[in-house]
Design a protein around this ligand. Structure first.
Ligand code: PLP
Length: 452
């Protein structure tokens, strides 16, 4: 039995898998923030090129990956899948644990799987510039990389607390040629409004999204790009799961459980949707598990309702699990998982029982992360560590039940830019933040009131 299961370059998928074609129920319409009526593709044109809007609503099962995009994917894809034998031995489980490693991309995470096609389609549509937001900087660096490959300018609104505390990701973005400002910034009306009320605002993902959307909406030459949540982003990420299906076949196995951490839902969709296709078709019955931090428990404690994607209420209204658009999560180290909402597709599948959700506090997550680093050698991103912890919990549960399971998780990125988080953990400075129920109820009282 091999430890590392690799594919040939020719096995990079030629199409993305679109789960919209197989949904048991149609998705809830996306609504215009002003009128409350369903939006049309034309409403989105100031923000996105038509090719991406078409992917957003397409119901075609397989969508071809352009050759130019596959060529860039080939710089690091296909990514390896490992059998975690040393981790299995370390925790003494009888289950088989596999992980797909997306940290081999130039930006160190799964995010270039979508930043590359997004930059490509924008280039094809004649746009010159892309505006986006970033929390801890993973999405910003993936977009800066893609913009430089396709000769586009990139402007990144980076949540101010991360801008100050995590300078290395900013430096990486600047090395790729992007311009980065701390958000809230003085460059947009949304930013100036926040600063007028609170000059020391630490910022949030919701605020940074408002700034990037406003930037793109007010400039002809500029598009907006989002690193998660939207249907086309999840679509692009399915290269992960499509490769994994071939790799599991090579390993002569099929996962009983497929696990990923969940911030906006893109790496979960990436590894999970191709396997969910088998589940929906009834040919297999894998459990698909989304893992989130206890301090930002969107799927496990939020409500399934229409809400805005940003703080300034500029984005369309989407039906999703949400903690409220003005929710500001605790400053935990898994910055990529601190979003108030979730992908509408992941939310719907969770609501309909096809996906399960779990939440864990960060200290047990870091313990599992170090157990993984010591046995498998890779230092995981704090986000990805949530998936590792769940995989260990599931393996131990199977042992207690006297079962042997095949458990597959996505290692969405490496943690080389997160060493300060590990330092905090090792020095005993990390505390757990359980998000209080009362705060959740307050934020949910401020959800937009929908008719009917
Ligand atoms: C951004 C990020 C996440 C969270 O985003 P999803 O859209 O939920 O995948 C998880 N892991 C890593 C390494 C990230 O960079």
């Amino acid at each position: 039995m091999e430890t590392k299961i690799v594919l040939k370059d020719s096995e990079i998928p030629k199409t993305w898998y679109n789960i919209l074609s197989d949904l048991p129920n149609p998705p809830a319409p996306v609504l215009h923030p002003g009128t409350g009526k369903p939006i049309t593709p034309d409403d989105l044109l100031p923000l996105f090129p038509m090719s991406l809007i078409e992917q957003e609503v397409s119901t075609q099962r397989f969508i071809p990956i352009p050759d130019e995009v596959r060529k860039v994917y080939a710089l690091w894809r296909p990514t390896p899948m490992y059998r975690a034998k040393r981790l299995e031995a370390a925790i003494g489980t009888r289950s088989r644990i596999y992980y797909k490693y997306e940290g081999t991309s130039p930006a160190g995470s799964h995010k270039p799987n979508t930043s590359i096609p997004q930059a490509y389609y924008n280039k094809m549509a004649g746009r010159k510039r892309i505006a986006t937001e970033t929390g801890a900087g993973q999405w910003g660096s993936a977009l800066a990389l893609a913009a430089s490959f396709f000769g586009l300018e990139a402007k990144v609104y980076m949540v101010k607390v991360s801008y100050r505390q995590k300078p290395y990701r900013r430096m990486l973005m600047e090395a790729y040629g992007a311009s980065v400002v701390p958000s809230p910034s003085g460059d947009t009306q949304s930013g100036r409004n926040i600063l007028a009320g609170d000059p020391d605002s630490p910022g949030s993902l919701g605020i940074a999204i408002s700034e990037a959307v406003e930037d793109a909406a007010t400039r002809e030459d500029t598009s907006y790009a989002l690193g998660s949540v939207l249907n086309h982003v999840l679509l692009h990420q399915t290269v992960i799961g499509l490769e994994c299906q071939k790799q599991m076949k090579k390993a002569g196995d099929y996962p009983d459980v497929v696990i990923a951490c969940c911030g906006g839902g893109s790496n979960l969709a990436g590894i999970g949707f191709p396997f969910l296709r088998d589940k929906i078709a009834g040919s297999k019955d894998p459990r698909v598990i989304a893992v989130e931090p206890a301090s930002c428990p969107t799927l496990t404690k939020g409500v399934y309702a229409y809400d805005f994607g940003d703080t300034a209420r500029l984005t369309p209204l989407v039906k999703m699990y949400t903690l409220g658009h003005d929710f500001v999560p605790a400053g935990i180290h898994a910055g990529g998982l601190r979003y108030h909402g979730d992908s509408p597709l992941v939310s719907q599948l969770c609501h309909e029982g096809l996906i399960e959700a779990q939440a864990y506090p960060q200290t047990v997550v870091f313990q599992s992360s170090l157990a993984f680093a010591k046995s498998e050698g890779i230092l995981p991103a704090p986000e990805s560590s949530h998936a590792i912890h769940s995989a260990i919990v599931e393996a131990k549960r199977a042992d207690e039940e006297g079962k042997e399971k095949a458990i597959l998780f996505n290692l969405s990125g490496h943690g080389f830019f997160d060493l300060a988080a590990y330092d905090d953990f090792l020095a005993g400075r990390l505390v757990d933040h359980e998000h209080p129920e009362s705060k959740i109820r307050e934020a949910l009282d401020r959800l937009p009131k929908m008719e009917g």
